[in-house]
Ligand binder design. Structure first.
Ligand code: NAD
Length: 247
């Protein structure tokens, strides 16, 4: 399927592994020129080897506001105007109401909410001026159904979803779409950090199998496609049927 975005440029963060890397691979496979961001130079170098074309690697820590502006400038220097932003990062540490101190919230909100706000503030106005843009944030199925023991993630991602939904309406007349894609359980490093027995975890899913990161990346790439121009303000679950609510 031709996504109609060959020659476009994309900034994909949290992309040295897992769902971010799979998304960068899918976009590059569609002919998009890609810049990938993560903290480790070594992991970025290894990830680059798996991406078609000539991906640009930019080391930056999204939990540090001062590094985000520099990272965006580096991406623009390398690629020119950025047409597509895929905002992603690792997840915050687990914990519930009782075990999570107040002091843990600012860092989680920076990583999984404010970093994306900052990237949107820098990149969406130029997209509006050019009359074309795509913003996709990788959030979590926890936005539909909060996950016990992930109170920081639940809180940050719900806030981010509200921010992006509000922004989507405002920028829609300018050809910019803004969406979230909500992973359920996928076979990545994040999952092995959170759970000991992945077979048991998979057996509890309606599909009986963990999500494939490659499949997830292709869904995100489609949301960035030309044909997806009418999809905006949406939150799309990719969760093997985990969320049971009607919305
Ligand atoms: P992952 O931990 O496997 O990969 C995260 C990527 O982000 C890596 O490239 C990592 O190096 C990078 N990263 C982490 N912290 C960073 C930072 N401070 N600055 C820059 N880069 C950073 O995670 P994943 O499984 O690919 O998941 C992606 C997102 O989706 C995460 O936020 C995760 O919590 C969420 N999610 C994942 C699942 C799942 O089943 N995998 C389910 C629900 C939600």
């Amino acid at each position: 399927m031709d996504l109609g975005i060959a020659g476009r440029t994309a900034l994909v963060t949290g992309a040295s592994g897992g769902l971010g890397l799979a998304t960068a691979q899918a976009l590059a496979g569609a002919g998009v020129r890609v810049a990938i961001v993560a903290r480790s130079v070594e992991r970025l170098a290894a990830a680059s080897e798996t991406i078609e074309g000539d991906p640009v690697s930019i080391p930056a820590d999204l939990s540090r506001p001062d590094e985000i502006d520099e990272m965006i400038s580096a991406a623009q220097d390398a690629l020119g105007d950025i047409d597509i932003l895929v905002a992603n990062a690792g997840g915050p540490p687990p914990g519930n109401f009782a075990s999570t101190d107040l002091e843990a919230y600012p860092e989680a909100l920076q990583l999984n909410l404010l970093s994306t706000v900052a990237m949107c503030k820098a990149l969406v106005p130029p997209m509006q001026e050019r009359g074309w843009g795509r913003v996709v944030a990788i959030t979590s199925i926890s936005v539909r159904q909060p996950i016990d023991q992930l109170i920081l993630s639940n809180t940050a991602r719900a806030g981010l979803t509200a921010f992006l939904k509000t922004t989507a309406t405002e920028v829609a007349p300018d050809g910019v779409t803004v969406n979230t894609v909500q992973p359920g359980l996928h076979a990545t490093d994040r999952l092995t950090q959170l759970y000991d027995d992945l077979d048991t975890v998979a057996s509890r899913l309606p599909t009986g199998v963990l999500g494939d990161p490659g499949d997830f990346g292709r869904v995100v790439a489609f949301v960035c496609s030309e044909s997806a121009r009418s999809i905006t303000g949406a939150s799309i679950p990719v969760d093997g049927g985990t969320a049971k609510g009607l919305q």
